[in-house]
Design a binder for this molecule. Structure first.
Ligand code: NAP
Length: 253
């Protein structure tokens, strides 16, 4: 079985790639700029006895998305799983009374528009491909920012809230083709993305009890949820939100 993981070279995506390889998938590892990280994870996949293809492509660029899918199908002939994981935080955290359009366009292009049209293209190819062992699946990595207002990164929050609707739309549209769509909402996960704000999140997790499970999330926590989908453990669920957040989403009194 074949999976494509966008942003599969580092952080959560890397964890997903390795877990999928352990679960028996050959994997297309997409990355944006850091080829060394992509090569490393590909070597790890091959060490696990699976095939890996690395493809540089910026998911916000239409021609790159088409090339990514074309190279994936040229190498493997099909896709059984698309994990739309690539995403960025704003370069500068700026108050929403000041944040500029340039940041909005960049973040929305990579985090929302790119995934929307990548999923559209991938879904059309999945519908057209021959039947496989199982029906193809799509997993969207959004965030607890889909419903949590952070006023110093509004563009990021808007992009993740949008992914919630992308999940519902494609789940509703693709069910007739037997393609289930899932949204995974990570909470605070230790990766390069959160590396710059480690002290802030340490304080929130360990001193302020922002989430009932008092530890940082790990890429492997998210990867396990993806593997549950990938190994067909949720066949009668689609449009489902899976929180991987240490219970952050719970309201308590
Ligand atoms: P990360 O460590 O910064 O890794 C980002 C990955 O995405 C890298 O492989 C990067 O490739 C790739 N990427 C960046 N821009 C891209 C583009 N335009 N096109 C294709 N690939 C691109 O991030 P992460 O923390 O693992 O986050 C992964 C996903 O989880 C994101 O969607 C993020 O919003 C979401 N998330 C993260 C957290 C968290 O706490 N970390 C929480 C909730 C949700 P290069 O190495 O080539 O740049």
């Amino acid at each position: 079985m074949i999976a494509l993981v966008t942003g599969g070279s580092r952080g959560i995506g890397r964890g997903i790639v390795l877990s999928l390889a352990r679960a028996g998938y050959d994997v297309v590892v997409n990355y944006a700029g850091n080829v060394d990280a992509a090569k490393e994870v590909a070597a790890e996949v091959e060490a696990l006895g699976r095939r890996a293809l690395i493809v540089q492509a910026d998911v916000s660029v239409a021609a790159d998305r088409e090339r990514l899918l074309a190279e994936s199908y040229a190498a493997f002939g099909r896709l059984d799983l698309l994990v739309s994981n690539a995403g960025v935080a704003p370069t500068v955290r700026a108050d929403i009374l000041e944040a500029d359009e340039e940041s909005f366009d960049r973040v929305l292009g990579i985090n929302l528009k790119g995934p929307y049209f990548l999923i559209q293209s991938a879904a059309n190819r999945m519908i057209a491909q021959p039947e496989g062992e199982t029906r193809p699946k799509i997993v969207i990595i959004s965030s607890n920012s889909a419903y949590t207002a952070s006023v110093n990164r509004g563009d990021y929050c808007v992009s993740k809230a949008g992914l919630g609707m992308v999940t519902q739309l494609f789940a509703a549209r693709l069910a007739e083709h037997g393609i289930n769509v899932y949204e995974i909402r990570p909470g605070i996960i230790a990766t390069d993305m959160t590396g710059a704000v480690t002290a802030k999140y340490d304080d929130l997790i360990f001193n302020r009890g922002i989430q009932p499970i008092r530890r940082w999330g790990r890429p492997d926590d998210v990867a396990r949820a993806v593997v549950a989908v990938a190994t067909d453990l949720l066949p009668h669920s689609t449009g489902e939100v899976i929180n991987v957040d240490g219970g952050f989403h719970l309201k308590t009194l």
